[in-house]
Each structure stands twice: as C-alpha cells, then as structure tokens.
Design a protein around this ligand. Structure first.
Ligand code: IPE
Ligand code: IPE
Ligand code: MG
Length: 261
C-alpha cells in the first residue's frame, strides 16, 4: 500500500467498479491454458476485496462474467462456473470475518443450479454484515439491466402503480440491480483495454476511469491503492466550474454530497 503524508487526507471513492480483464492473455504469455489465468485471477479477487474493504470503500462491484461471455467455448464457461463455485464455497467465512455483505446482479437463471444456489446462499449468510458491500456482476450486462428496468416500470405504469409523470432519474435508478447503492465513483479496467464492455453504463455516468496495463492475475493491493491514490488527485467537475465546485465543497457534507467524492 502507498504510504505517505497525504495518506490520511486521501479521498476514498465510495463505489469502485472493476472490469477484471486479462486472465487469458496472462496465461497464454506463460504457455498455459486460459483457465489457469482465471484460477490465478481468483487470488487477485481475494487480495483486492481485502484492500478495498480496509481502505474504506463502501461498495466494490466486480465484473466476473458478462452476458457476452456466454459465447465463449463451453469448456471455458464450465471451468469459470466451477471456479465461482469454489470461490463461493471457500470464501464466505472469510468475507464474514471481514464483515463484508454480498450482493449479486445479473441473469442468475442462466447459471448452473449449483452456482445460483451458492450465490443466493452467500448473500443470505452475509446479510447481517455491516461493512463493505461486495457486488458481484455475474451473467451481467448493463443493457439487459436497463431493459429490465424499463420493462418493470412499463408494467407498473400499465397496472396504474406508477404515473408516467413521476418517472425521473431517481425512480429509474431504483429499478436497477444497484438500487440503494451510490453511483460508481471509480471504474478500474485491467489489461490495457480502454472500454466499458457493457459494464454498469447508467451507474458509471460520472465515474472516473482508470485503465492499467497490468493484467488481472498480477493486479495487487498496491495496484488498487495506486488507482485510489490517482482518483484522489482528480478534480471531478460534474459539468460545473471551479467557483461553483469550491462553494459546494465547503457547504456539502463530504459523506452525503456526490460533488465532494
Ligand atoms: C477476464 O479475462 C475474465 C473474464 C472475462 C471472465 P479474459 O478471459 O477476458 O482474458 P483476456 O482478455 O482474454 O486476456
Ligand atoms: C469484460 O471482459 C467482462 C469481464 C471482465 C467479466 P471481456 O474480455 O469479456 O471484454 P471484451 O470482449 O474485451 O470487450
Ligand atoms: Mg478479456
């Protein structure tokens, strides 16, 4: 972890999302099968979850498997599901020890029965935890999430539960899988790619983006800390100008206002 005089005054992002990319290339460069990269990637998950939780991040969203990843060779998909099962069977007690709450978002009905069951069970077991929220995006796509929200709202309008006049950004957000969570402050993507690949498109509207060439299996607590450190030095403008931002920073509770994060 980076240490120094500015450590205490760092601005900690409330919600960090990570697109954990590069497992396959990491393995290939070592003449190993892709799945070996995924296995090693699980170690990075363990390390980064701990680092995020101890640095005071409130929500960590990890992109573990996308809607589009279903199109990969069946052997790779099956191996990934097996790794999720292994992680969920072995890590829940450690997450409990760290007081971490688990959430999951995505189309769980596409998952093998055992994986779905372990995810739901994990969420239940950790439901009384009060620390960081670990939000796993599994079988997830932002467009599908947004489409589902539109469908729900349309249904409720048809049933007369919602007045179309009352559909605003807050109501819409409350129909997303992240209902109740703050928007993303920081999105990290490993492996050198600079795209969002259908990850949390609504929630990342004003997120700071951090792209690193480090591949996910090599991504460590210190890389995470570097990303947070860099975030700390960015000026978030939210479409405003300095004078307005300075006034808002003085008058806004740092824990409550979006502008001060
Ligand atoms: C990310 O690594 C993990 C998943 C998408 C499940 P990749 O498997 O995409 O690795 P690369 O991008 O091919 O190296
Ligand atoms: C994004 O990585 C999905 C996850 C990290 C789970 P991909 O490797 O699937 O994305 P693309 O294909 O490079 O856009
Ligand atoms: Mg990839």
């Amino acid at each position: 972890m980076l240490q120094g005089p500015d450590q205490a005054s760092r601005v900690i992002p409330r919600h960090v999302g990570i697109i954990m990319d590069g497992n396959g290339r990491w393995a290939r460069s070592r003449f190993m099968p892709r799945i070996w990269g995924h296995k090693r990637g699980a170690n990075s998950v363990r390390e980064v979850v701990k680092a995020a939780s101890s640095s005071g991040v409130q929500v960590l969203s990890l992109f573990a498997f996308s809607d589009e990843n279903w199109g990969r060779p069946v052997e790779e998909v099956n191996a990934l599901m097996g790794l999720f099962d292994h992680y969920l069977s072995h890590e829940i007690s450690e997450l409990m020890r760290q007081n971490i709450k688990l959430r999951v978002m995505g189309n769980l009905d596409r998952l093998p029965v055992r994986t779905k069951k372990l995810l739901i069970q994990g969420c239940e077991e950790l439901s009384s935890c009060t620390g960081m929220v670990l939000n796993l995006a599994v079988s997830y796509g932002a467009r599908a999430e947004i489409t589902e929200a539109v469908r729900n709202i349309a249904q409720q309008i048809r049933e007369g539960v919602i007045d179309p006049e009352h559909v605003d950004e807050d109501l819409f957000a409350s129909h997303l899988a992240t209902a109740g969570l703050p928007d993303l402050d920081l999105v990290i993507r490993t492996s050198g790619e600079q795209r969002l690949s259908n990850f949390m498109l609504w929630q990342s509207s004003y997120a700071e983006l951090h792209f690193t060439k480090v591949q996910w299996p090599d991504f460590s607590a210190s890389d995470f800390d570097k990303a947070v450190h860099e975030f700390s030095s960015r000026q978030r403008r939210f479409g405003l100008v300095d004078q307005v931002i300075n006034n808002l920073t003085i008058t806004t509770d740092p824990g409550a206002g979006e502008i001060s994060c």
